[in-house]
Design a binder for this molecule. Structure first.
Ligand SMILES: [Zn+2]
Length: 476
């Protein structure tokens, strides 16, 4: 297999990937703060790192993927105060919504999904270590991380102290020694969530949550940390500072991967611009929409900015229609150990090893579709084979099997092909009956009646396709 390589945000270089423990790859990704439905920007890292986890699982025997749930946060408190809904109800409902939406985008659950509120003891322990190591101080019920105590601060995001002060929008407060010092723990009023601690009743800052949960589930050193590029500073810079200072000698994550931002209609998504879209809004467009949105996301390299438009969503649906039209055919099933199928699938997936190049992998899936069409229906595969650079002459069914195998690593084409093509239709029984009637007319060579039925169905937007395995139908 091709060697794995990623663009590491920490070194700003492409690096070959070798796990710390060759038997066990450890991956941490920042999860949602559960106070509202996931929007399109929230979905992008979940899909990107789902593909990464699938790729790692294919290559390594053991992968632990941890993605947290932030269920204690000022945004959650504010939402509860606005709406009157209890905090526990908001976080439970929003977590369930998140799970449902991400499943609809074809994302597998992570191996561990710790909740911040189940890891308060670990956060307190980390903060105590930071105080003992001279990297944090308590003042007026708060505990702050002392930025000047850690010379490496700013190295991850590559920012100067001035840029960091501007970027973090720091709060000036009397209990801070320096403006850039950030909160590890803060006091809670009686009507807000709080836990007993050596510094009084209080609650954690956001950054310490991820340091505590990654440490608990993956240890002080692990392989990959992922998240949106918007989290690089201050969140990831602070996570790294906390973890490295709490465990001297450790280096925290070796490889940092950040996905680019998502725009809607060419602009940053915002409620005031009127282009704010939730995943639920997209899913409401039809049973096809989750997979089409996933494909749309993967058509852009994860580090690049991505522009969502309805036209691009429809275009992605059209591409899926083409793939499913092929897979709905009655094709021979190759043997499970078919060497050519394995070779073609491996070739299609090769680009993922090169910093998760999903656009090129998708182009190769389209090439496999062409090869299958040539093998099954006829035509020329010269252009594709020239691109492939190998002397393949697949027989019917082989390229389709490779296509299915490779697409599964991208989390695509897992739907039932016939069901996909009929999705959105609730009159399938009537259509099946009409197809039967047409076949009966054809058997007695009543071509006029057969054509009449075909045309009547076409008028309802139902397209018939006659093949070796019988007649199938789909919505036009
Ligand atoms: Zn985080």
């Amino acid at each position: 297999m091709t060697e794995l390589a990623f663009h590491n945000s920490a070194t700003r270089q492409r690096e070959s990937f070798v796990p710390l423990d060759p038997q066990h790859v450890r991956l941490y990704v920042c999860g949602p703060t559960v106070y509202d439905l996931a929007h399109l920007g929230n979905a992008r890292p979940v899909v990107v790192f789902d593909v990464l986890a699938r790729l790692l699982r294919r290559r390594f025997d053991c992968v632990t993927y941890v993605r947290n749930i932030t269920d204690v946060d000022d945004k959650i408190n504010a939402r509860s105060q606005e709406s009157g809904e209890p905090i526990s109800a908001i976080t439970a409902r929003t977590t369930a919504d998140f799970h449902r939406d991400m499943a609809a985008l074809g994302c597998e659950p992570p191996d561990e999904e710790p909740r911040a509120t189940d890891n308060i003891a670990q956060m307190i322990e980390l903060i105590e270590r930071l105080i003992a190591n001279g990297h944090a101080y308590a003042a007026e019920g708060h505990v702050l991380f002392s930025v000047s105590s850690f010379p490496g601060y700013g190295a991850l995001s590559g920012r100067s102290p001035d840029e960091m002060l501007a970027g973090a929008r720091v709060e000036v407060a009397p209990y801070k020694r320096e403006a850039g010092d950030f909160v590890l723990w803060k006091p809670s009023a009686d009507d807000l969530p709080g836990w007993d601690s050596p510094w009084g009743r209080g609650r954690p800052g956001w950054h310490i949550e991820c340091s505590a949960m990654s440490w608990r589930y993956l240890g002080p050193d692990f392989d990959i940390h992922g998240g949106g590029h918007d989290l690089l500073f201050p969140h990831h810079e602070n996570e790294q500072a906390q973890s490295v200072c709490a465990f001297p000698g450790s280096r925290f994550a070796r490889t940092w991967l950040h996905n680019g931002m998502l725009l809607v209609d060419g602009e940053k998504m915002s409620k005031s611009v009127g282009n704010f879209l939730t995943v639920r809004d997209i899913l409401g467009r039809g049973a096809w929409a989750g997979e089409a949105f996933r494909l749309l996301l993967l058509k852009t390299h994860y580090r690049a900015a991505l522009d969502y438009t309805v036209e691009r969503l429809d275009e992605a649906k059209g591409e899926l229609d083409d793939f499913y039209a092929l897979l709905a055919r009655d094709l021979p099933t190759p043997a499970e150990d078919d060497a050519l199928v394995a070779e073609m699938a491996e070739w299609a997936l090769e680009p993922l090893a090169d910093d998760l190049n999903t656009p090129l992998a998708l182009a190769r899936l389209r090439d496999l579709r062409t090869l299958e069409n040539v093998a099954t229906v006829g035509g020329s595969a010269t252009t594709v084979l020239h691109r492939v650079g190998r002397d393949w002459t697949p027989v019917s069914g082989q390229a389709a099997a490779a296509l299915r195998q490779a697409a599964a690593v991208l989390g695509l084409l897992g739907s039932d092909a016939r069901a996909w093509r009929q999705a959105g239709t609730d009159d399938s029984a009537a259509i099946e009956a009409a197809i039967e009637a047409r076949l009966a007319a054809r058997r007695v060579k009543d071509w006029a009646e057969a054509d009449r039925i075909r045309n009547a169905l076409a008028a309802q937007g139902v397209v018939l396709e006659d093949g070796a395995g019988g007649t199938t139908w789909r919505k036009a």
